[in-house]
Design a protein around this ligand. Structure first.
Ligand code: ARG
Length: 457
């Protein structure tokens, strides 16, 4: 047990307790213990390959690193007040075990390249989980969409009835957004899979280490191109959080639709009890907390992005201790995204969709006003005029307490749309929308085939 940090040689007094408390990051970076040991192990191999460690020394160091990792993971590792962060703790643990051999571990490396390496490894793992979780939401959506390709519902704009679509089409729209997030995460991975280890504090070292070999050992695609860039930039974190924030926004909008559909005033769907909560006071309540939290968590993840961007803004190159603040928002964003996605996937898989209520709501004659105007267009009326005429018709009817549904054959004939009553039918209207990407049966079947292929991989 020592009170002296690992950099204490140049100092005659230890840090003030409050300065130490401010600098302490173990609560957050303890999560990096496995990655710190992985990176440490690869570094030991680099030192051995450079002739700076014997095979036996390397072996002892690698064993000691593993022992320290296991002790940290099973909670038996005794942290020391001098352990500023996980990197100091691991190195000290190894040195306590091996003495002089342990003291060789940090040759040619710095916590600056080490922390950048650990964090990349950790984020790559968190992103793998997040991808699985987000894909599960998209798959839950497409699974439900397959069952509702021909079930009409009122599509809305401004949260008001607009034109008929199908439940399948609507669910696919959310799934498409999530496939773009999955693409973004896959693309991010190419930039994240670059190893900073060997960059040292900022300028590599004089020890003849091979960063490319280290990168390969750690499963990265390649090593850094510039050591100063490698220790200074945090764009890999920022980009991951940006993508997480976009994805969380998508989940929040999906949640908003679930909240609307399950509003008892609309009654189009019901969340399963397992994804609902009760009220501590009002016995009758069944609240949609899962969806509300999915909506709320997007704010938190957007906040994580803002924290990172604000911290990084204007920092000159080189490691600055401000950078220590990078981990909490980055880890939080990816962990929160996964947590949210997992709950939402379950809520969607178990959602009770009331297709009868949705079909009944699709009988609203106003939903077909555009179809009426478009018939006029096919009969040569300029669209603006067709829109005006139909608008006047709807208003005149409304003024008399009527709707398009109340027009008789003669009135339709007079309006210039013979057999207009037949237009007020969701199945006909949807079938007529044959454009690719629209709500018609063929289009949604094609969309689902494409989505299923994308979500397969
Ligand atoms: N705990 C530090 C961080 O998370 C590690 C790097 C410390 N480097 C330094 N020069 N003080 O950023």
């Amino acid at each position: 047990m020592t009170d002296r940090p690992l950099w204490s040689g140049r100092f005659s007094t230890p840090p003030a307790p409050e300065a130490r408390a401010l600098g302490h990051s173990l609560d957050v970076d303890r999560a990096l213990a496995p990655e710190d040991v992985r990176a440490g192990t690869a570094h030991v191999e680099a030192l051995r390959d450079a002739g700076l460690l014997t095979n036996d020394e390397a072996h002892q160091l690698i064993e000691a690193l593993a022992t320290v990792r296991d002790a940290i993971l099973d909670g038996t590792f005794v942290f020391d007040p001098s352990d500023e962060d996980i990197h100091s703790a691991v190195e000290r643990g190894v040195t306590d075990m091996l003495g002089e051999i342990g003291a060789k571990l940090h040759a040619g490396r710095s916590r600056n390249d080490l922390v950048a390496t650990d964090v990349r490894l950790h984020l790559l793992a968190l992103a793998t989980t997040a991808v699985d979780d987000v894909r599960a939401v998209a798959r839950a959506l497409t699974a439900r969409a397959h069952d509702h390709i021909d079930d009409p519902m009122p599509g809305s704009t401004h949260v008001r009835p607009a034109q008929p679509i199908t439940v399948g089409h609507h669910l696919c729209a959310h799934a498409w957004a999530l496939t773009r997030d999955l693409e973004r995460l896959a693309d991010w991975r190419r930039r994240a899979a670059v190893s900073p280890l060997g960059a040292g504090a900022l300028a590599t070292s004089t020890l003849g280490l091979d960063p490319a070999a280290t990168a390969a050992r750690l499963g990265f695609d390649r090593a850094f191109e510039n050591s100063l860039d490698a220790v200074s930039d945090r764009d890999v974190l920022q980009e991951a959080v940006a993508v997480a924030s976009i994805c969380a926004t998508h989940l929040s909008r999906l949640a908003a639709d679930l909240l609307r559909w399950t509003d008892p005033a609309l009654g189009w769907a019901e969340l399963d009890e397992a994804y609902s909560t009760g009220s501590s006071m009002m016995p009758q309540k069944r609240n949609p907390d899962t969806a509300e939290l999915a909506r709320g968590k997007a704010a938190r993840i957007a906040g994580d992005f803002v924290s990172l961007a604000a911290m990084l803004h204007g920092l000159p190159l080189g490691y600055q201790r401000d950078l220590q603040e990078d981990k909490e928002p980055a880890f939080d964003a990816l962990e929160t995204l996964g947590l949210t996605a997992r709950a939402l996937a379950g809520a969607i898989a178990t959602l009770r969709i009331d297709t009868t209520a949705m079909r009944a709501a699709s009988a609203d004659p106003g939903l077909y006003a555009t179809d009426v105007a478009e018939v006029l267009v096919t009969r040569g009326v300029p669209f603006r005029e067709a829109h005006r005429r139909t608008g006047v018709l709807v208003k005149t009817l409304a003024d008399n307490g009527r709707t398009l549904g109340d027009l008789d054959d003669i009135e339709w004939e007079e309006f210039g749309v013979p057999d207009g009553a037949a237009l007020l039918d969701p199945d006909r209207s949807i079938a007529a929308r044959t454009a690719p990407g629209g709500p018609s049966h063929g289009s949604v079947v094609a969309q689902l085939a494409a989505l299923d292929a994308l979500l397969e991989s």
